[in-house]
Design a protein around this ligand. Structure first.
Ligand SMILES: C[S@@+](CC[C@H](N)C(=O)[O-])C[C@H]1O[C@@H](n2cnc3c(N)ncnc32)[C@H](O)[C@@H]1O
Length: 284
């Protein structure tokens, strides 16, 4: 059963907010209205660095087209397993609160919760938020029962210590905020890319492709690294449309010259390497 997320904090003064009618209101009378599409905008101009931060419409659509193929299912399954294991260790009759920070167009948020519900009918509240309004509008279309917000990792609009788990999948973690919102014993699951991720596509974009591991991994303070799960496989026989969507959901496309794009279109890679890692941290 999905229950509404009810631990909102005002993005301006961090005070707890109450839902009254179609709005969230803080004690200082900051009022935020729900959009008809079913999400709430909690990113006041003071917290924005540009007019339309985050992924643009084209990136969101490309991500949706690609993710809907199911080709990232192994990543979704790995993230789901984290939540399943956590739930199995806790009393059956309590509510679980999960947050997808930088949820994009909601593929993982929705997929994860649908899979958890198949596993056992739990009382779950879920919040997916992203700094991109385009992404959140698309997410709200995927599932109307979840709570969706336009918001930033830098000031997560939720009251502290209430979340069982935060997912930050290919996003931009802000650890001080994750530490604030996750309860002790809860988790943060972070998906990242490895050195060979989409290497065939990167070769179509750049003259020299740098293949190196990310800088040495440092466990953020307040957390303990519990495990690292590499998710590596090969996509094969992919069509131009799929390769194109995969390219356009990444920043690589925006660094591509017109000439390079023409040659990609004429000769798209038929196989693409997926090289990702999911790190699970426990909140101490
Ligand atoms: C690579 S996408 C990943 C989206 C989604 N997690 C997925 O894997 O499909 C990164 C997302 O982070 C969002 N983003 C960027 N900066 C952010 C911030 N400060 N707070 C929240 N989201 C942010 C972007 O708008 C984009 O949707």
């Amino acid at each position: 059963m999905i229950t509404p997320f009810d631990s909102w904090a005002c993005p301006l003064d961090a005070l707890p907010m109450k839902r009254i009618g179609n709005s969230l209101i803080c004690p200082n009378n900051h009022v935020y209205d729900y959009a008809r599409a079913g999400y709430i905008h909690l990113l006041p101009v003071q917290l924005k660095k540009s007019h339309a931060p985050g992924d643009n419409k084209e990136m969101v659509q490309a991500r949706r087209t690609f993710l809907n193929t199911g080709m990232y299912t192994p990543i979704l399954n790995t993230a789901t397993q984290v939540a399943k294991t956590y739930i199995a260790k806790h009393p059956m009759n309590r509510r679980f609160v999960f947050i997808d920070a930088g949820c994009g167009e909601g593929y993982y948020t929705v997929g994860l919760i649908e899979r958890l519900q198949m596993f056992v009918d739990k009382n779950i509240s879920v919040l997916g938020f992203d700094i991109s309004r385009e992404a959140i509008m698309a997410a709200a279309k995927r599932n109307k029962k979840f709570d969706w917000a336009v918001a930033t990792n830098k000031k997560i609009p939720v009251i502290g210590s209430g979340a069982d788990g935060v997912f930050s999948l290919f996003g931009f973690p802000v650890w001080s905020e994750f530490e604030r919102v996750v309860k002790k014993g809860g988790f943060v699951a972070v998906a990242d890319t490895g050195k060979n991720h989409l290497i065939e596509l990167r070769r179509c974009v750049y003259k020299h492709v740098i293949v190196k591991e990310a800088d040495t991994h440092i466990t953020p303070s307040g957390f303990m690294l519990m495990k690292e799960v590499p998710v590596r496989y090969q996509l094969s026989e992919i069509s131009f449309e799929i390769a194109d969507a995969l390219l356009k959901m990444t920043p690589h496309y925006y660094r591509m010259t017109a000439e390079k794009y023409d040659s990609f279109r004429a000769n798209p890679p038929r196989a693409v390497t997926i090289d990702t890692i999911l790190r699970l941290y426990k909140r101490l």
